[in-house]
Write a new protein. Structure first.
Length: 207
C-alpha cells in the first residue's frame, strides 16, 4: 500500500509579522531523497523545523508517519535531525561524542570506529570538537546523525563547511541510506547534493 512518510498540505507559517511560508504542499515517500532548495530566506529551514514539530504552523496540515509531528520518544526514534551545530560536551573527544550516541541507542547503524572511518575522522578521534576544523566538526555532526538508528533523515544544509570531495562522498552516503529503505529530506544550497535528489521549493513547486 502507498503510504507517504511526509504529507504537508496548505502549510502557512508567519514569524512575527513575516509571512514566511504560504500554501506549501509536499508528499514524500519511503526511500526518496528530497532537496528543499531556493534562495536565502525563502523558508527552507522553517519548513524543516515544521516537519519536526519544533516550529508550529500558522495554518495547514503536517502528517509525519501518518500523524502530526510530536516532540516525543516515538517520533525521535525514527527521525534523525541535523540542524545547527550542537553544544558539545566539555572535555569529551570526537570519539567519546560518538560513543555516547552509540551507548544511548540499542541498535546503532554502525560502530564508532566505522563512523570515524566513514567520516574521515580517525586521525582526529582523540581531539575535542572545539580543536577540530569547521568541516571536521560538521563531519562529526553527520557521523553522530548517521550512527543513530533512524528511518528519516532531516538535514539542514549538511554541506556546511565540507570540501568538494566530501560533499560528493556525502551524496553517496545519502544514496546508500535511501537504498537501504531510509528517506532523506534536506535543505541545501549544494547543486551536487540536489542533483541526486527530487528538488522542491518551499512554495511547493517541484523543480
Ligand atoms: N524569529 C523570526 N521572526 C521573523 N522572521 C524570521 C524569524 N526567523 C526567521 N525569519 C525570517 O524567515 C525567513 C525564512 O528563514 P529560513 O531560515 O527558513 O530561510 P532559509 O531558506 O533556510 O534561508 P538560508 O538559505 O539563508 O538558510 C527569512 O526571511 C528570515 O529572515
Amino acid at each position: 500500500m502507498y503510504e507517504p512518510i511526509i504529507e504537508v498540505a496548505g502549510l502557512a507559517v508567519d514569524l512575527g509579522a513575516n509571512p514566511v511560508l504560504r500554501d506549501v504542499r509536499l508528499t514524500v515517500s519511503p526511500g526518496e531523497i528530497v532537496a528543499v532548495v531556493g534562495p536565502n530566506g525563502c523558508g527552507k529551514s522553517t519548513l524543516l523545523r515544521c516537519l519536526t514539530g519544533l516550529q508550529p504552523a500558522t495554518s495547514g496540515e503536517i502528517r509525519m508517519f501518518g500523524e502530526p509531528p510530536a516532540d516525543n520518544a516515538r517520533f525521535w526514534s525514527r527521525v534523525a535531525l541535523l540542524g545547527d551545530e550542537p553544544a558539545w560536551y566539555p572535555g569529551l573527544t570526537a570519539r567519546e561524542h560518538l560513543e555516547l550516541m552509540g551507548a544511548v541507542h540499542a541498535t546503532p547503524r554502525m560502530t564508532v570506529d566505522a563512523a570515524l572511518d566513514v567520516f574521515a575522522l580517525t586521525e582526529r578521534a582523540d581531539a575535542v570538537p572545539l580543536n577540530l576544523s569547521t568541516g571536521q566538526r560538521q563531519r562529526l555532526c553527520l557521523a553522530a546523525t548517521l550512527l543513530r538508528p533512524s528511518t528519516l533523515l532531516l538535514l539542514d544544509e549538511p554541506e556546511r563547511g565540507l570540501d568538494a570531495a566530501f560533499r560528493s562522498r556525502l551524496a553517496g552516503l545519502l544514496g546508500d541510506y535511501a537504498a537501504g529503505g531510509g528517506t532523506v529530506v534536506m535543505a541545501t544550497h549544494d547543486e551536487g547534493l540536489a542533483a541526486h535528489a527530487r528538488q522542491v521549493f518551499p512554495s511547493g513547486v517541484t523543480a
